[in-house]
Design a protein around this ligand. Structure first.
Ligand code: AMP
Ligand code: ZN
Length: 482
């Protein structure tokens, strides 16, 4: 089926026409691993997963999906040098700046991988998850290309992209309109994140400050000790791994400027090509109608929600029930509604497995085509789910004949290849295994001893076995993740 997507570059819904036959290449801006991902970040990764699963299942394409790990930028460096943020989890801070950075980032990368696994984003679906620090050579090469093509200059041991020079013949502001009234050619911005109003020459190679990790860039007869700018990292990794142009680039709407705008300029200035055919951006997640922030006490990581006894699959289902280009208002009531909706579909699937048959014939194929065409139309999940619930509400599983039931199970299996929140097999009666109860008892002991690190570790172990644990006033309650 033809897939259509909203392209932020043309501001239109367009047909996906893969550059290489049968294969769709996708690059997703990944996590900055200086702390646990929050549920807003996770929305961005769930969107990318939903997109790639739809392209595989509904579009019947192979997918080459790359998501980078940002392990060097302003925030990772800042926290790797701040003794306050060091926790027993990643050991002693040393005098070696690079090894401190690696320790901090490796720790949060492992935690990120656990989070996405719990959300059913499968490791095997990635072609590669490159770490920025493994591509420093390629990043330096790109800077030199941009410099040799006349769009970069050295100033104060850093290298900057000249926006003024670029604008002589090219558009800067393709994804978001930029007002150049306050633009002063030659003004410079060093930080990775800045506002549209601050449009200036941005940094490609950032001079090291005292005590920071660094690499050496040989350029213009000088040896500059520093590190790549954040925007440059993605340009170099996508070129090296996917080649240019590739099919789809994803990220949250906040990345349109400056991150993606700068990526377009750098790639074209250095490699002569824009990175991608389609830019797809997810809208933001808010919590109870407000921007998520620590000061508002509405800032959640996945583990915060699991601690409240929420099953990660209900979070996945709740977030995927909304359209990715609408703001998603995260509320506990909505997660509870998603849990009910999920179990309704789940019960229907279980009933399709029962040996009770009727005479009715189900038109499984037209049901599937309706769900899939909604997904193919710019991932319209709300409409796809409306089709699913209307089908379930108007059918009785036991009224279908054997053949129809079998066909419907197969359709739900295909739907689940995209949503990934249901069990397609027969219902299994489960009791909680003894080793899980033993771990839970050890965790209670650790909590009594106020050994929080140990109790967190045990909770993670329990999770990896597929169970969640919730504290109650009498002890704990364990449930199996579906
Ligand atoms: P970061 O780890 O900060 O580099 O961000 C990872 C991804 O999360 C990026 O694609 C961001 O655009 C996205 N993102 C950050 N905050 C939110 C939010 N509140 N809602 C949706 N996506 C977000
Ligand atoms: Zn990026």
């Amino acid at each position: 089926m033809t897939i259509k997507l909203y392209n932020s570059l043309t501001k239109q819904i367009e047909e996906l026409k893969p550059i290489r036959p049968d294969e769709v290449s996708i690059y997703s801006c990944g996590p900055t691993v200086y702390s646990y991902a929050h549920i807003g970040n996770l929305r961005a990764f769930l969107f990318a997963d939903f997109l790639q699963r739809t392209i595989r299942e509904v579009g019947a394409y192979k997918v080459k999906w790359v998501m980078n790990i940002t392990n060097i930028d302003d925030k990772t460096i800042r926290d790797s040098q701040n003794s306050d943020v060091w926790k027993t989890d990643f050991g002693e801070m040393t005098n070696d700046a690079l090894s401190n950075l690696e320790k901090l980032c490796n720790f949060y990368e492992v935690e990120f991988r656990k989070d996405i696994e719990l959300l059913n984003i499968k490791n095997n679906d990635f072609y590669k998850m490159p770490r920025a620090t493994d591509y420093i050579v390629q990043m330096k090469e790109l800077i030199i290309k941009i410099f040799n093509n006349g769009f970069a200059y050295v100033s104060g041991n850093s290298v900057y992209f000249s926006v003024g020079k670029w604008r002589e013949n090219e558009i800067y502001g393709k994804l978001k309109k930029i007002d150049f009234e306050n633009f002063r050619p030659g003004s410079r911005v060093d930080s990775d994140e800045y506002e549209r109003e601050q449009v200036s020459d941005f940094v490609l190679w950032k001079a090291k400050k005292e005590g920071e990790p660094f690499w050496t860039l040989e350029i213009d007869g000088q040896n500059l000790e520093g590190r790549p700018g954040w925007h440059l990292e993605c340009s170099a990794m996508e070129y090296d791994i996917l080649g240019l142009p590739f099919d789809i680039h994803t990220g949250g709407v906040d990345l349109k400027f400056p991150h993606h705008e700068d990526e377009i300029a750098q790639s074209k200035a250095g490699y002569g090509l824009e990175p991608t055919a389609m830019w797809c951006h997810n809208e933001f997640l808010e919590v109870e109608g407000k921007k998520m922030s620590k000061s508002l006490n509405n800032f959640y990581t996945l583990r915060d929600l699991i601690d409240k006894g929420i099953d990660p699959k209900d979070i996945r289902f709740a977030m995927l029930s909304a359209h990715y280009r609408s703001k998603y208002n995260f509320t506990f009531a909505d997660v509870e509604a998603a849990k009910k909706a999920r179990s309704k579909v789940q019960e229907f699937i279980y009933e399709l497995h029962s040996d009770i048959y009727g005479d009715s014939e189900a038109d499984a194929n037209s049901f599937k085509m309706e769900v899939f065409s909604n997904l193919a139309n710019d991932l319209h999940s709300p409409k796809a789910l409306a089709t699913i619930f209307s089908f379930i509400n108007n059918s009785k599983a036991e009224s279908f004949n054997k053949n129809s039931k079998r066909n419907l199970i197969s359709v739900f299996n295909q739907i689940n290849n995209v949503y990934a929140v249901f069990e397609i097999t027969k219902k299994l009666e489960t009791s909680i295994p003894k080793n899980i109860i033993d771990l839970a008892d050890l965790r209670i002991q650790a909590k009594t001893d106020k050994n929080w690190a140990e109790s967190d570790k045990l909770r993670n172990e329990i999770l990896l076995f597929g169970y969640t644990i919730k504290d109650t006033k009498d002890g704990f309650e364990i449930s199996k993740l579906m």
